[in-house]
Design a protein around this ligand. Sequence first.
Ligand SMILES: [Zn+2]
Ligand SMILES: [Zn+2]
Length: 327
Amino acid sequence: MSSGRAAVIPVHFWGTRGSLPAPLGRDAVRGKIREALFAARNRNLTTEKAIDRFIDNDLPFAVGGTFGGNTSCVEIATGGDEYLLCDLGSGLREFGNHLIARDGPGQPHTFNVFLSHMHWDHIMGFPCFTPAYIPGNRIRIYGCHKNLSEGLLRQQSEPCFPVSFASLGSTIEFVQLEPDVEYQVAGFSVTAWKQFHSGDSYGYRFARDGKTIVYSTDCEHKAPVLDATYPFVGFFRNADLLIFDAMYSLADTVSVREDWGHSSNVVAVELAQLAKVRRLVLFHHEPAYDDARIARVFADTMRYEEISRAGHKVEVIAAYDGLRLAV
Ligand SMILES: [Zn+2]
Ligand SMILES: [Zn+2]
């Protein structure tokens, strides 16, 4: 822990959807416009400023915005020159485009990527990550799977993608990690943790200046084993931010989606409470849920946290593409 006030760590969510991208269709957009116009009737919205205020203050998020449709990609700012990312879902493309718009293509960067696993939704952004094509950029991909490079090489092979992985202009390295071992990367201490998921997935605990961020997506916690002795409680312990796979509502997890490798909003709250987490981020949203449904799950989750709270308050946040948090 450094002396004095701990530096704030910005966290930017570039992709928050699970399993596959879920763009808004015409009917969804039309539904939002209809609801917004209905809510705006009899209001004197004659200036852009008044309209913005109305969107921000009077419309529910599910009407005035969207949780977004890109798959897993989260950026944790390092405070230095290097970048730190969790997963390479389709949100990565937005991140790459943002960087190039800001710095131009000539500015070299170093990216440290922590891969939870190689299911397609967690790597599909890489072939469209423009910085990967630019010589001078360095990309280090960290993970615990023994065949770490295989998924990325395969998704950029004929006949699935026209540009081979080997022809990318940037320098790409794969770094094999062991779970439960602490590593130092880009100013953070990082520890990986094996999770319950088809083919295994790994969560990561990042710590710097006394702040802790845990990225734990694609893991199925089975309800009966959740108490203070459950090993994940130690992994999440006292995290300032826990990014958690809360793909389903509890009703879905215990009925149709059991053994699908993901967890519910209720399990998220229970584990966050046991581990005394400060802020819980619901992440990896089910692609079949529309904005209104995710908003309902979010509201239910906040209510559940309130009624099940035993002293320690967990702040619940629903992730959306573009969300920025200061940890
Ligand atoms: Zn996933
Ligand atoms: Zn998965």
